[in-house]
Design a protein around this ligand. Structure first.
Ligand SMILES: Cc1cc2nc3c(=O)[nH]c(=O)nc-3n(C[C@H](O)[C@H](O)[C@H](O)COP(=O)(O)OP(=O)(O)OC[C@H]3O[C@@H](n4cnc5c(N)ncnc54)[C@H](O)[C@@H]3O)c2cc1C
Length: 207
């Protein structure tokens, strides 16, 4: 739905149709998702993608007054001294990208009620291969959203811009391009849409 809304916005003259086997959107993995969001990643690409996505959710909440269930309670990554060394370059990269991260040492972490840092003599911890905790990295701009509410925002934008949604109540014959041509795939989609008696014009040819 996000892709459809963006395609429709950037191509106002196009007739964009979202076709889904479900009768409404956000019924697939989106409905099952825990929808946790974070901007703490090792790769530069993910830093750009996730940080700007969370900015967009904040924009929806604060500027557009859309309820997307955004709760930024933060993530606390726990690690031993070796883990910190392994992640040091990534942490520096995050700081260079102005990602809000803060390092805590063990004496500070031990002040958190219920958080154990020392697993010496703990059989269960040995089975789970838990290592003692020496450091914690707190990512402040991490938390969760409500995926159905976010999808509804995109859906409203999409429909307002002239897009259309069609639930076809059965699987579309989707296949990778190397197995079936794009034209054949399009033809199948058109046939299926006619079967559900949707008054649609033929889909434009894909480039
Ligand atoms: C248990 C779980 C937990 C997750 N937790 C997180 C998390 O914490 N954070 C995070 O970022 N991501 C999480 N994810 C991943 C996230 O949910 C997905 O990346 C995201 O929802 C994908 O969105 P989508 O629109 O691409 O796919 P979907 O929401 O699955 O939508 C695909 C749509 O395609 C339709 N469809 C599929 N096949 C056909 C067909 N042949 N014909 C017609 N229609 C078809 C389906 O009906 C569905 O509506 C989680 C996923 C799961 C399953």
């Amino acid at each position: 739905m996000a892709a459809a809304a963006h395609v429709q916005r950037e191509n106002p003259d196009a007739k964009v149709v979202v076709v889904d086997r479900a009768s409404a959107c956000a019924q697939g993995n989106t409905a099952r998702s825990a929808a946790l969001v974070r901007n703490t990643f090792t790769s530069e690409t993910n830093l750009w993608l996730t940080d700007s996505s969370i900015d967009f959710y904040k924009h929806l909440r604060d500027d557009r007054r859309e309820e997307v269930g955004l709760k930024l309670y933060g993530y606390l990554w726990l690690m031993d001294a070796a883990g910190l060394e392994k992640n040091r370059a990534a942490i520096e990269r995050m700081k260079a990208h102005k990602i809000e991260v803060e390092l805590f040492d063990r004496s500070e972490l031990e002040r958190i009620p219920g958080l154990r840092c020392d697993f010496a003599g703990d059989e269960e911890a040995q089975v789970l291969r838990l290592r003692n905790i020496d450091h914690g990295l707190f990512g402040a701009k991490c938390g969760q959203i409500e995926p159905d509410l976010l999808t509804q925002v995109y859906e409203r934008d999409f429909l307002r811009l002239g897009g259309r949604f069609r639930g076809v109540l059965s699987d579309l014959p989707l296949a990778p391009y190397n197995e079936r041509s794009v034209e054949e795939l399009h033809a199948n989609v058109c046939v299926r849409l006619r079967q559900v008696r949707s008054p649609l014009r033929p889909l434009p040819k894909l480039r």
